[in-house]
Design a protein around this ligand. Structure first.
Ligand code: SAH
Ligand code: SF4
Length: 374
C-alpha cells in the first residue's frame, strides 16, 4: 500500500522510515522537503540517497487535495475549494493582514453538530478529513503563496481551525495535523498562533490540554442552556456549566491566558441586553467563583435562506458589546466587509451548490479588523 506522507507527523514519519529499513533521522530531511520546501516528487529531494528515493517511489506519495476553484477578493483574501472526493468539497481561506497571514482550515466534510445558524451544520455530516487532508490545505496554500510572492519566507503565520467541521469530533486526525503545524521542521507555528475552535466537546477539550495545547476558541452563542440547547444541539450533551469548567481546566495548560468566546449575533434570538447581562454573570460565576479569563468576539451572522435567521442590526451589536465591555470583558466586534467579496462568495457558493459558506464567514471576520470596544 502507498502511504501518503502528508498523513504523518515527524514521529509517525520516523516510524515509517524504520519500516523501510532506514534510520529515523532520515524522516527529518524528508519532512523538511515536504513541508518547508513544498516538494511532492522524491526526485527533487537531492540530498536523500538514491536507494531511499527508490523505495519511497514505490511505497509512498505526497498527495495534496485537488483544487476545484480559487476566488480572490480585492483586499487579498483568497478562498480555495478543495475536492475531497465522492462529491465532497472543503474550503480553506487565506486572510492577509499587516502583521500576519491567517489560514482558516476545515477539519471535516460537513458537520454532525448541526448548529442552527451554520450552513455546514445544515448540510449534515459527510466524513472526517484525514490528517493529510487537513495538512494539505496548509501545505498547498503556504507554497502557493510563497511562489506567488517569490519568497522563501513563511507567509502563513496563523492557523485557525474555523472552516468546515467540528475539529474536536475528528480528534485523532486533528492532533497529528496540529503537531505538523507546530513542528520546527514543519511549519514552525507558535502554539499561540494555532487556534482550535470548538462548539464544546468537553472530553476532547481536556485531552487537547494534555496532548497538544494550542489557543482555544469556544463557540458560545448563548448565555443559558435552554437557548444554547436550541442553537448548538451539542449543548444537550455538554451543558454550559461543564463547558465552562472544561475551559477553566484548559487555561491551566493553554499557551494564552484567556479563552476566546465566539458569539454569533442573531437578530432577536440571542442579542438582547438581557442576554449580555446573563453572559457577564455566566463568565463571572464560572470556575468556582473565580471568574473566567476570556475575551468575546461578536460575529455578525452571515445569513442563508434555510436558517430562517437574520443578522442583528449594528446598533444592537454595539449595545451588546458595551454591556460586556462595561463589565470589564474585552470584547471585539467583527464588522461586515465591502460588497466585492460577498459577490465573489455568492458566486463560489453557487458553483458548488452551496456546500459551504465558510468563505463568507471568514471574509466577514477579516473585514474591518477587530475593533476593541473598550
Ligand atoms: N465547528 C467549530 C469550528 C468551525 S465554525 C465551531 O463551531 O467552533 C467556526 C465559527 O464560525 C464558529 O464560531 C461558528 O459559530 C461560526 N459560524 C458558523 N456559521 C456562521 C454564520 N452563518 N455566520 C457567522 N458565523 C458563523
Ligand atoms: Fe459544526 Fe461549527 Fe457549524 Fe456548529 S458552527 S454546525 S459545530 S461547523
Amino acid at each position: 500500500m502507498t502511504a501518503n506522507l502528508l498523513d504523518f507527523d515527524l514521529e509517525g514519519l520516523a516510524g515509517f522510515c524504520e519500516t523501510l529499513g532506514e534510520k529515523r533521522f532520515r524522516a527529518t530531511q524528508l519532512f523538511r522537503w515536504i513541508h518547508q520546501r513544498g516538494a511532492s516528487e522524491f526526485d527533487q529531494m537531492s540530498d536523500l540517497a538514491k536507494s531511499l528515493r527508490e523505495k519511497l517511489r514505490t511505497r509512498a506519495c505526497v498527495q495534496g487535495l485537488p483544487v476545484i476553484s480559487q476566488s480572490e477578493s480585492a483586499d487579498g483574501t483568497i478562498k480555495w475549494l478543495f475536492d475531497a472526493g465522492d462529491g465532497n468539497a472543503v474550503e480553506a481561506v487565506f486572510i492577509p493582514e499587516d502583521d500576519r497571514g491567517t489560514l482558516c482550515v476545515s477539519s471535516q466534510a460537513g458537520c454532525a453538530v448541526g448548529c442552527r445558524f451554520c450552513s455546514t451544520g445544515h448540510q449534515g455530516f459527510s466524513r472526517n478529513l484525514t490528517t493529510g487532508e487537513i495538512v494539505a490545505q496548509l501545505w498547498f496554500a503556504e507554497h502557493f503563496l510563497r511562489k506567488r510572492l517569490a519568497t522563501e519566507d513563511r507567509v502563513i503565520s496563523n492557523v485557525v481551525m474555523m472552516g468546515m467541521g467540528e475539529p474536536l469530533q475528528n480528534y485523532t486526525a486533528l492532533v497529528p495535523a496540529l503537531k505538523i503545524m507546530l513542528d520546527d521542521h514543519g511549519y514552525g507555528l507558535s502554539r499561540r498562533r494555532v487556534t482550535v475552535s470548538t462548539s464544546g466537546v468537553v472530553p476532547m477539550i481536556d485531552r487537547l490540554a494534555q496532548e497538544c495545547p494550542v489557543a482555544l476558541a469556544v463557540s458560545l452563542h448563548a448565555p443559558n442552556d435552554s437557548l444554547r440547547d436550541n442553537l448548538v444541539p451539542l449543548n444537550r450533551k455538554y451543558p454550559l456549566s461543564e463547558l465552562l469548567n472544561a475551559c477553566s481546566r484548559y487555561l491551566a495548560r493553554a499557551p494564552r491566558d484567556f479563552i476566546t468566546f465566539e458569539y454569533c449575533m442573531l437578530d432577536g434570538v440571542n442579542d438582547q441586553p438581557e442576554h449580555a447581562r446573563q453572559l457577564v454573570d455566566l463568565v463571572r460565576g464560572a470556575a468556582a467563583g473565580k471568574g473566567m479569563r476570556c475575551k468575546f468576539n461578536l460575529i455578525p451572522f452571515n445569513p442563508f435562506p434555510a436558517s430562517g435567521l437574520s443578522r442583528s442590526p449594528q446598533p444592537v451589536v454595539l449595545a451588546f458589546a458595551k454591556i460586556l465591555g462595561d463589565a470589564g470583558i474585552v470584547t471585539t466586534v467583527r464588522k461586515t466587509r465591502g460588497d466585492d467579496i460577498d459577490a465573489a462568495c455568492g458566486q463560489l457558493a453557487g458553483d458548488v451548490r452551496d456546500r459551504t459558506r465558510v468563505g463568507d464567514r471568514m471574509a466577514q471576520q477579516r473585514t474591518v479588523m477587530l475593533q476593541p470596544v473598550k
